[in-house]
Design a protein around this ligand. Structure first.
Ligand code: ATP
Length: 489
């Protein structure tokens, strides 16, 4: 028998303590080799003045065990409280959000009985960096950041996940027909990494048609990998389609720490009654056991749970015509799973989690590290600058005239756009314009510019009252253009 693996456990709020007790009871009966350390998170911690719902000393346990089994918490009403999940995700670098979405028809009602897919969502980048600014009276901005290391990590994680779990296809979804640089990078990295996994089928779908197909034919998907915002939306759609949101687990994986939880909340309306379904948390614990290198225990529990469901042992919210007897309480349900340890489902598909190398130290299996490949820096040349200007009640032609009179060498005014639409030269009178103008200044073909050139230009503009909001340098990298052309160009 190998050593016990320390894990950090939080009982949470609402139904959290009940479903955690039921879950740990099953884990213990199944012989999971874990040593739980308990921490307090949630409502009491918020009310005690910890704005993220976690006490400072709890971090020490998380960083030591590196594995977190978390029950749902209640965030108190009112302002000033930060999301605990966002705090943990960002602080500990949990870059992958993994959400299996499975139908359990006919035991759980769904329009899509054959659905069995996994969404791998990038968790740290994209529009979620929280870099937002008000720039003018009329215009607000949120920066979308996509990085090459971030793409490599999440895409490789998705392919590794597919390989480890015997899944045959990985679908990438982006909007790279519009966001050619950011989403284009994600798609490009997907194509690059895919070459290393020739046994896995791949496809790319534009997110809008991808989401539509997911909603109508979810059974055609296997593993889906996607940037943060799309993944956020898709994973809720997919969980809802299964009809069993209350049964769904999720994992947040980082290089150092991983967190496992149910996707439902703390359900205060049924807390303390002993009737909550512990399945979402139990299946999260199954994901955790696979992650820490105990796939055999994970498989035993998962198959016993499937058998329990198909035997008609259901908690109140699932109770229906295929249920036996009265609704089971949380603990009775756990005991029913324990009675079935060692059994396999007969109608639902059984799971198989494979073997782990018995000689491998537990830590190897615990951390799914995917080191991004760091490249040599590209040859970078600055060839111009986009100057964003706040100007209300002016026309593009007027602004172009004003700016052209204030030019300093080596710049020429190449174009002006408003909300990304080219309005000078050759704009259309029908184009609606706000008070926010992007003015592109470039050096003559092939010539590069310096920071001093840009500062000189800005000094000239601002000295004459031009309200410069911000600038973006226009660069080439190894000769390749590092900026989008304006629409209409
Ligand atoms: P949150 O904002 O934390 O997500 P919420 O009330 O919007 O909270 P949930 O806590 O997930 O969402 O609960 C929604 C409803 O689903 C609850 O009122 C409860 O009746 C039911 N529910 C959620 N989880 C369970 C569960 N494990 N077992 C039984 N019913 C549940």
């Amino acid at each position: 028998m190998s050593e016990l693996v320390p894990i950090t456990v939080a009982r949470g709020d609402g139904i959290g303590p009940e479903i955690m007790e039921a879950t740990l009871r099953v884990l213990q009966a199944a012989g999971a080799r874990i040593a739980p350390e308990f921490i307090d998170i949630g409502e009491q911690q918020y009310l005690a003045g910890h704005s993220s719902g976690i006490a400072p000393e709890a971090w020490e346990s998380l960083r030591r065990t590196r594995v977190f089994l978390k029950a749902p918490i209640t965030t108190p009403q009112g302002g000033g409280f930060k999301s605990l999940n966002v705090t943990i995700r960002k602080t500990l670098g949990l870059y992958a959000n993994v959400r299996p979405c499975v139908s359990y028809a006919p035991f759980v009602r769904t329009l899509h009985p054959k659905m069995n897919l996994v969404i791998v969502r990038e968790n740290e980048e994209d529009l979620y960096a929280g870099i937002e600014h008000r720039q003018t009276d009329e215009v607000f901005q949120c920066l979308k950041l996509i990085t090459r290391p971030g793409c490599e990590k999440i895409v490789r994680y998705a392919f590794d996940y597919a390989r480890r779990h015997g899944r045959r296809k990985v679908t990438c979804m982006t909007k790279d027909n519009i966001m050619k640089m950011t989403d284009g990078l994600f798609h490009r990295v997907f194509d690059e990494v895919a070459r290393e996994y020739p046994e896995i089928e791949t496809e790319h779908l534009i997110i809008d048609i991808g989401a539509a197909r997911l909603a109508t034919r979810p059974e055609r998907f296997d593993v889906i990998v996607t940037p943060n915002l799309y993944g956020d939306i898709l994973s809720d759609i997919a969980a809802e389609l299964t009809g069993s949101v209350g049964l769904a687990p999720s994992a947040n994986i980082g290089d150092h720490v991983a967190m496992f939880e149910s996707i439902h909340g703390s359900a205060p309306d049924i807390a303390g009654k002993g009737i909550a379904n512990p399945s979402g948390l139990l299946l999260a614990a199954v994901l955790m056991l696979v992650h820490i290198g105990q796939p055999a225990v994970a498989e035993t529990i998962h198959n016993a749970w499937l058998r329990t469901i198909e035997d008609g042992v259901h908690t109140a919210e699932l109770h229906g015509s295929l249920s036996i007897g009265r609704p089971f309480g949380s603990m009775d349900f756990a005991d029913a799973v324990i009675e079935r340890l060692g059994q396999r489902p007969q109608k639902l598909a059984a799971v198989h989690y494979g073997e782990v190398d018995r000689d491998a130290p537990v830590q190897v299996a615990r951390v799914a590290t995917v080191a991004p490949h760091r490249r040599a820096a590209a040859a970078k040349a600055m060839v111009g600058v986009d100057v964003f200007v706040h100007a209300a009640g002016v026309s593009a032609d007027f602004l172009a005239g004003q700016l052209s009179a204030l030019l300093t060498p080596p710049f020429a005014l190449q174009m002006i756009t408003n909300r990304g639409v080219k309005v000078w030269p050759g704009g259309f009178p029908e184009t609606f314009c706000t008070d926010h103008w992007r003015c592109r200044f470039v050096a003559p073909q092939g010539q590069s510019v310096t920071h001093a050139d840009i500062i000189g230009l800005l000094q000239g503009l601002t000295a004459r009252g031009v309200d410069v909001i911000k600038t973006e340098n226009l660069c080439t990298f190894d000769g390749e253009r590092g900026y989008a052309l304006g629409q209409g160009q």
